[in-house]
Design a binder for this molecule. Structure first.
Ligand code: CA
Length: 239
C-alpha cells in the first residue's frame, strides 16, 4: 500500500484471544487499530474516531452485530468487514444486504482477512473520488476487459458478444470487483426494487456469461460463485 496516511481500523470483537491476534496482525502491516468489545461502545467510537474501516464480530455480548450495521448505514458509508463464526449462507446474505462490504468466516486466514480489508479501503476511495471514471472508463483483469463507454466486454481482445442484460451483470460486478454482491442486491440494482427475488434468472444469465468469457466455465477465473450468497468479480489488475 502506498498510503502516506495510515488507515485506522476499528475492531469490534468480544473474544480477547481474537482481539489480541487482530491487534498484532493489523499493527504488523502498518494499520492503526482501535479495539472495542461491546456494541454500545462501538457506535460511540465510530462516531468519535471516524475509522477508515470497521471489522465487526456479529456475536457481541450486548447486541447483535447486525444492529451495528443497520445503525451505521443510516449515517456513514465507512466500510464494514464482518468477521463471524456464523457461516450459514443466510447469515452472510443478511449482513451484506444490511450494508456490510464483506464477510469473513471464523476461523479465517491472515492473508484472506488482509485482502478483504484492502479491498474495502480501496472501494471507499473509488466510490468517493473516481465514481464517474469507473462508469466511463474500463476494467481489466487477466484477459478480460469491460469497456463501460462502449458497453462491451472482450476476452483476450475478442468481443464476448454479451447480450445487454449479460453486459449489465458483468458491469455491475466489475464496478464492485473483489466484493461479494448478494443475489438480492444484484436483482435490485439491475431490475429495480420490485424485481423478483428469484435467483434463477441470475443463474441462467451467469451460465451463459461464463460460456462466453471463461476459458473453463466450471472453474471460473473472472466471476466467482459464493454459494447461496451471490457473485464476486476478481480484483482488477494493478500495474
Ligand atoms: Ca463474539
Amino acid at each position: 500500500m502506498t498510503d502516506s496516511i495510515r488507515s485506522k481500523i476499528l475492531v469490534i470483537e468480544d473474544d480477547p484471544g481474537i482481539l489480541t491476534f487482530l491487534r498484532t496482525t493489523l499493527a504488523a502491516v502498518g494499520y492503526d487499530t482501535i479495539l472495542v468489545s461491546s456494541g454500545a461502545t462501538a457506535l460511540e467510537m465510530i462516531a468519535s474516531h471516524c475509522p477508515d474501516c470497521v471489522l465487526l464480530d456479529l456475536g457481541l455480548p450486548d447486541m447483535d452485530g447486525n444492529e451495528i450495521i443497520r445503525s451505521m448505514r443510516k449515517w456513514t458509508r465507512t466500510p464494514i468487514v464482518v468477521i463471524s463464526a456464523r457461516s450459514m449462507e443466510e447469515d452472510k446474505a443478511l449482513a451484506l444486504d444490511l450494508g456490510a462490504d464483506d464477510y469473513v468466516t471464523k476461523p479465517f486466514g491472515t492473508v484472506e482477512l488482509l485482502a478483504r480489508i484492502r479491498t474495502a479501503l480501496r472501494h471507499t476511495r473509488t466510490t468517493a473520488e473516481n465514481g464517474e471514471i469507473a462508469l466511463t472508463g474500463s476494467f481489466h483483469v487477466g484477459g478480460l476487459t469491460i469497456d463501460y463507454r462502449k458497453r462491451r466486454v472482450s476476452v483476450d481482445g475478442a468481443d464476448a458478444h454479451l447480450t445487454p442484460n449479460e453486459f449489465r451483470i458483468v458491469a455491475l460486478l466489475g464496478m464492485h470487483a473483489g466484493r461479494v454482491l448478494t443475489y438480492r442486491t444484484m436483482l435490485r440494482e439491475l431490475w429495480g426494487p420490485s424485481a423478483s427475488s428469484d435467483n434463477k434468472i441470475l443463474r441462467v444469465h451467469m451460465a451463459s456469461i461464463r460460456r462466453k468469457i471463461e476459458p473453463n466455465p466450471s472453474e471460473p477465473r473472472y466471476i466467482f460463485t459464493e454459494v447461496g450468497v451471490g457473485y464476486r468479480m476478481a480484483e482488477e489488475d494493478r500495474g
